[in-house]
Design a protein around this ligand. Structure first.
Ligand code: 6XA
Ligand code: ZN
Length: 348
């Protein structure tokens, strides 16, 4: 399996985030991707390539133009007001019954385009997220050219980023951008399977009214867990997309037994097996000792997720999402990818 990775991910290197109301050191750090890269190399998974540049069009196919413009200029705008600052953290949000006018001041803009205070921006953020999207796009093109499976080691992650908002460490929705690129490249129907511990609210937002991209997500119930405000089972899509968004919300503390039954059920109930290509939002924060999770999956169980995905026998694009037990992160990601490979003949 080919891995795509941009060294530019290192430019998104933040110090602080608000997590559960406390200012703490960032969980989503450059070392995450470095550890995964080392494990991919040690496991001899396959070639490791840098992404190509696909320009803005594939991002515009998924995200709002004004939002993309904001992301590119936000840090400079903040610096113009606060020259001494090295990171930008939102602090006031637009909620129910408020105006949808975009404020002129950058203090208002960061609140308008975000949904939490846990997602800082630094000087290199835009370049890193742009390269992260290009990483997913390069992987999608490889898949379109006939690679049976590709791993997009995108960083920062993407599944919380909606059409016009950021949060949950995510700015551009790498998996959604890749799924749209697969559609534009000729795939009639694509499925996104999100196995991250957290609900991929951004992916749901982007494809909610569409029937050409099926979104299936297994995650901790939003009643107990971040992102709190989306991810319930009764969110099934709207318009043409009714029935094409499937949320499987598991209780906090779920074990492999429950997770496995839920995953098998999700794949049986959905039409995921009958699509042209599968995009996996690969979070391994379901692991038993992840600092942001309560699920109890072992490294072997993660391999089981990979095997079940492999049994679908679909062209499969893995896009990296969460996972914060950094020392074990590489082992856990490789466990999924090796589990997948054990059921498939893959080149690279
Ligand atoms: C709140 C937790 C952010 C979760 C990020 C994540 N600070 N999403 O892993 O999948
Ligand atoms: Zn997560």
């Amino acid at each position: 399996m080919i891995t795509v990775l941009s060294t530019q991910h290192q430019l998104h290197d933040c110090q602080h985030e608000f997590h559960r109301g406390r200012l703490v050191p960032c969980y989503e750090i450059p070392r995450r991707a470095e550890i995964i890269l080392q494990a991919v190399k040690s496991a001899e998974l396959g070639d490791i390539v840098e992404p190509d540049d696909f320009g803005m069009d594939p991002m515009m196919a998924v995200h709002d133009a004004a939002y993309l413009n904001f992301l590119q200029t936000a840090f400079e705008q903040w610096k113009a007001v606060h020259p001494e600052d090295t990171e930008v953290i939102p602090h006031t949000w637009c909620i129910r019954r408020m105006s949808q006018h975009v404020p002129d001041t950058i203090h208002g803009k960061v609140g308008f385009y975000s949904f939490d205070a846990g997602t800082p921006m630094v000087a290199g953020t835009w370049e890193a997220v742009r390269c992260g999207a290009n990483t997913a796009l390069t992987a999608a093109r490889l898949l379109g050219k006939g690679e049976p499976a590709v791993f997009a080691l995108s960083r920062p992650p993407g599944h919380h980023a909606g059409k016009d908002y950021y949060g949950g460490y995510c700015f551009l929705n790498n998996a959604a951008i890749a799924a749209q690129a697969l559609r534009d490249g000729g795939a009639t129907r694509v499925a996104i399977l999100d196995v991250d511990y957290h609900h991929g609210n951004g992916t749901q937002d982007i494809f909610y009214d569409r029937d050409d991209v099926l979104v299936v997500s297994l995650h901790a119930t939003p009643a107990d867990e971040y992102p709190y405000f989306l991810g319930y089972a009764d969110e099934r899509g709207e318009g043409a997309g009714v029935g094409c968004n499937l949320n499987y919300a598991l209780p906090a503390g779920s074990l492999w037994r429950e997770y496995l039954a839920c995953l098998e059920n999700a794949l049986q109930n959905s039409e995921a097996a009958s699509v042209d290509a599968l995009v996996v939002s690969l979070g391994v924060d379901t692991w038993e000792r992840d600092p942001l999770s309560t699920f109890q999956l072992t490294t072997n169980n993660l391999g089981g997720i990979g095997r079940i995905i492999g049994q679908l026998k679909l062209p499969t694009l893995f896009v990296m999402e969460g996972g914060y037990a950094v020392d074990e992160l590489g082992t856990n990601v490789v466990s999924v990818l090796k589990g997948f490979e054990s059921t498939n003949q893959v080149s690279g």
